[in-house]
Ligand binder design. Structure first.
Ligand code: GDP
Length: 195
C-alpha cells in the first residue's frame, strides 16, 4: 500500500467515540513497550505520528489513526504493566474484550511479541484469548534488529512454540529500525482488509 495520508483521529475512551465511517480496522495488541507505536510509525513512514512510550500502562484508550481512505490502525492499551491495580486490569480486560468481540469493522489483529525474549505469561494468555474469539491474527515479533541475525531462527522458534502457534499461522519478524518485515506485513494487512 502506498501511504499518502495518515492522520491521528482520536483517543477513544468508549464505543460512542469510535469512528462511524466503517473503514476496516487493524488493531495492535501487545505488552507496554513492545513497539506498537514504533511499528505504526514505520508502516506509514512517519517519525512520530503515533506517540512512543507515553506513560506505559496508564492509557486506557483506543488510539485511532486513519491511513489514506483505506483503513484505521487502532492502537490498543498495552498489557503486562506491573504497576496497575487488579481493578485497572479488570477494566482493561472488559474494554478490550468488548472491542475485540463486538467491533464490526475490525478485520485483523496484530499481536506484537518482543523477539528477544520468550513470550510472557500475559503474551500467551492474550494469544489464547484472541484465538478463542477466532479473530484473524498475525503475530509480529518486534525489535529483530536488537538480535544478531544468527539468533533469528532460534528466537522465532521459541516465540512460536511458547505461544503454541500452528505451523503455518501468519507470522512476521519485524524491525521498526530497519524496516524489516514491513512489506510482508502490508501484504497480510491488504489481504485481510480486501484492498
Ligand atoms: P509501545 O509502548 O508498544 O507503543 O512501544 P514503543 O513503540 O513506544 O517502543 C518502546 C521502546 O522500544 C522505544 O524506546 C522504541 O524506540 C523502542 N523500539 C520499538 N521498536 C523497536 C525496534 O524495532 N527496534 C529497536 N531497536 N527499538 C525499538
Amino acid at each position: 500500500m502506498k501511504v499518502n495520508r495518515s492522520e491521528f483521529i482520536i483517543s477513544a475512551v468508549g464505543p460512542s467515540q469510535y469512528p462511524q465511517d466503517a473503514l476496516p480496522e487493524v488493531a495492535l495488541a501487545g505488552r507496554s513497550n513492545v513497539g506498537k507505536s514504533s511499528l505504526i510509525n514505520k508502516m506509514i513512514n512517519r517519525r512520530n505520528l503515533a506517540r512512543t512510550s507515553s506513560q506505559p500502562g496508564k492509557t486506557q484508550t483506543l488510539n485511532y489513526y486513519r491511513i489514506n481512505d483505506d483503513l484505521y490502525f487502532v492502537d490498543l492499551p498495552g498489557y503486562g504493566y506491573a504497576k496497575v491495580s487488579q481493578e485497572q486490569r479488570r477494566k482493561w480486560g472488559q474494554f478490550i474484550e468488548e472491542y475485540l468481540t463486538g467491533r464490526e469493522p475490525l478485520k485483523l489483529l496484530l499481536l506484537l511479541i518482543d523477539a528477544r525474549h520468550e513470550p510472557t505469561k500475559d503474551d500467551v494468555l492474550m494469544y489464547e484469548w484472541v484465538r478463542h474469539f477466532e479473530l484473524p491474527l498475525v503475530v509480529v515479533a518486534t525489535k529483530a534488529d536488537k538480535l544478531p541475525k544468527s539468533q533469528w531462527q532460534k528466537n522465532v522458534k521459541i516465540v512460536k512454540e511458547t505461544l503454541g502457534m500452528p505451523k503455518d499461522a501468519p507470522f512476521v519478524l519485524f524491525s521498526s529500525e530497519t524496516g524489516m518485515g514491513k512489506e510482508e506485513l502490508w501484504s497480510l494487512i491488504e489481504s485481510a482488509i480486501g484492498y
